[in-house]
Design a protein around this ligand. Structure first.
Ligand SMILES: Cc1cc2nc3c(=O)[nH]c(=O)nc-3n(C[C@H](O)[C@H](O)[C@H](O)COP(=O)(O)O)c2cc1C
Ligand SMILES: Nc1ncnc2c1ncn2[C@@H]1O[C@H](COP(=O)(O)OP(=O)(O)O)[C@@H](O)[C@H]1O
Length: 314
């Protein structure tokens, strides 16, 4: 996959780019609906002997369009999006910088510059994709803005159990702790990647060392609490239990929930390792215990529950 970051205006020459079928969208999460759009573009490219591309944007349009300054948290921050696209095996990934100037392009200017200008012959998008100033362009009126005939494939709404699959729905499922349904809608477990850093060195003293994560990418995190998780380290899968929270039994100084994982059946220095955590199931809320003994008693029970969830022996 060739990764091409673009700002407006770009200087690419359309003559130097092969004829392409492109899927376009913001694609936060790359859920099963997004995957359908991208697969469709790949299929059409193959049938018509053209190249396949995904055209996406960064940052999220709301960063530019909202009056108050907002930090957007993503299901798939840009680095994750890039690596998932790599796995989907498209020929080109175009990432268009979404800034004020871009947001003010008319639908015609947008299409001429980024679709015709990138030698896109066939455009695939979800039924609700819109583009251009104030989202005036959409999958129904797109051909009215340009003279050159453009083949269009509109992918209809994808539902799961009669409800639309959307990034918004996945965010609310994550806030409810419904990781099982999230996984169905994503077609893979929800995950975060981070580096293991030092914590208070307390875990080992209570019999449960926990790898503390430094998460630098702007991830949308699930609700605070205890989870059954898979941990991926250098392509190996481990099982464990995670706490996403504030450690209220010990401190009231933590303001941003921290992620820590006790990995089962492993005794290894993990500082500096980059690990992927797959959130599999929500177990319980984080609690402020009145003694460390009570917390340890509960964590022992959590381990039993999580081992049972993964069908592992005690
Ligand atoms: C499975 C699990 C459940 C936990 N549940 C709680 C909890 O309910 N309340 C709490 O204050 N801390 C909870 N913790 C966090 C511990 O307080 C924390 O792991 C311990 O303080 C070690 O911190 P350290 O890694 O900074 O040394 C939990 C940790 C794990 C691994
Ligand atoms: N099974 C394990 N699960 C998690 N961390 C482990 C495990 N075995 C050893 N470790 C190491 O112990 C560290 C966690 O111990 P802990 O006392 O909680 O220290 P810290 O507060 O720095 O996280 C991890 O970062 C890792 O290097």
């Amino acid at each position: 996959m060739e990764l091409i970051s673009l700002t407006y205006p770009h200087k690419l020459k359309k003559e130097s780019i092969p004829n392409t079928v492109a899927a376009i969208g913001f694609f936060d999460g790359i859920h099963i609906g997004h995957q359908k759009v991208i697969d469709q573009a790949k299929l059409l490219a193959k049938e018509q002997d053209m190249k396949s591309a995904v055209i996406t944007f960064d940052p999220h349009p709301s960063v530019v369009l909202k009056k108050e300054k907002t930090d957007v948290q993503y299901l798939t921050p840009l680095t994750v999006k890039k690596s998932l696209m790599e796995q989907l095996d498209v020929d080109y990934l175009y990432i268009i910088r979404f800034d004020k100037t871009l947001s003010q392009l008319s639908p015609k200017e947008f299409l001429e510059h980024f679709i015709v200008g990138l030698n896109i012959d066939h455009l695939v998008a979800g039924y609700d994709f819109s583009f251009g100033f104030k989202g005036a362009g959409n999958m129904s009126n797109i051909q009215t803005f340009i003279d050159k005939p453009l083949a269009i494939t509109k992918v209809e709404k994808i539902s799961y159990h009669d409800q639309k699959v959307s990034s918004t729905r996945i965010r609310s499922l994550l806030k409810e702790g419904n990781l099982e349904l999230t996984e169905k809608l994503l077609g893979r477990p929800y995950s975060v990647v981070g580096e293991v850093v030092r914590g208070e060195q307390r875990g080992r003293t209570i019999g449960f060392p926990t790898a503390n994560f430094k998460i630098t990418e702007p991830y949308f995190l699930p609700r605070v609490g205890v989870y059954a998780v898979e941990v991926i380290m250098e392509n190996n899968v481990f099982y464990g239990m995670a706490n996403l929270g504030y450690n209220p039994t010990f401190t009231d100084q933590i303001v941003v929930p921290k992620l820590e994982v006790n990995i089962f059946d492993l005794n290894q220095n993990l500082y500096g390792e980059i690990l992927q955590v797959n959130w599999k199931s929500y177990i319980r809320d984080e609690v402020k215990f009145s003694s460390v003994e009570e917390l340890v008693e509960q964590i022992r029970q959590d381990e039993k529950n999580v081992r049972h969830f993964f069908s592992l022996n005690d």
